[in-house]
Design a protein around this ligand. Structure first.
Ligand SMILES: [Zn+2]
Ligand SMILES: [Zn+2]
Length: 159
């Protein structure tokens, strides 16, 4: 998501873009998320501030039962770009852009925002029962004979 800062002619404004972000979700599945990115910018002499929001719906596997699961994700990022003599103050979320360079790539920030906003556990539904660890049937759809033994580890807790 490369931005040519020469095209940002106003002191402040917004722009939007659709991006595709590929990453590994917390269960290790490779996910490609179509993201809608909305960025507000504000500039003053020597600096340019970006505040972005990223929205997507991940389509991946339920971590418990491996059926398809959808998860809405909304993330945010902030980047400060400094130019010229102000460029020395580089740090976290501060990018020094040399005067001869007019492009900044926001892709890494969009990527990070999605990764950070993705929950550790993605389920097909909140009360997903998962798979039987013995025979592998999907407990959302069927029951199986081994279910009582699989549940026995909870008996100790109930007592
Ligand atoms: Zn599930
Ligand atoms: Zn079973």
């Amino acid at each position: 998501m490369k931005i040519d800062i020469r095209e940002l002619v106003d002191a402040s404004g917004t722009f939007e873009s659709d991006e595709s972000v590929a990453f590994e979700d917390p269960a290790g599945s490779e996910v490609v998320a179509p993201c809608h990115v909305r960025v507000e910018y504000r500039q003053s002499p020597g600096s340019l501030q970006f505040n972005g929001t990223v929205a997507t719906t991940l389509v991946t596997q339920c971590h418990r039962c491996l059926d398809a699961a959808r998860q809405d994700v909304a993330g945010e990022f902030e980047v400060m770009v400094r130019r010229g003599e102000h460029a020395a103050e580089e740090g976290d979320d501060v990018v020094a852009l040399p005067l001869h360079q007019c492009e900044i790539d926001l892709e890494p920030y969009v990527h990070e925002a999605v990764v950070l906003a993705t929950p550790m556990l993605i389920l097909c539904r909140e009360d997903c029962r998962g798979l039987c660890p013995s025979c592998g049937v999907n407990w959302n759809r069927e029951t199986c004979a081994c279910r009582p033994s699989a549940d026995s580890r909870w008996d100790a807790l109930r007592k």
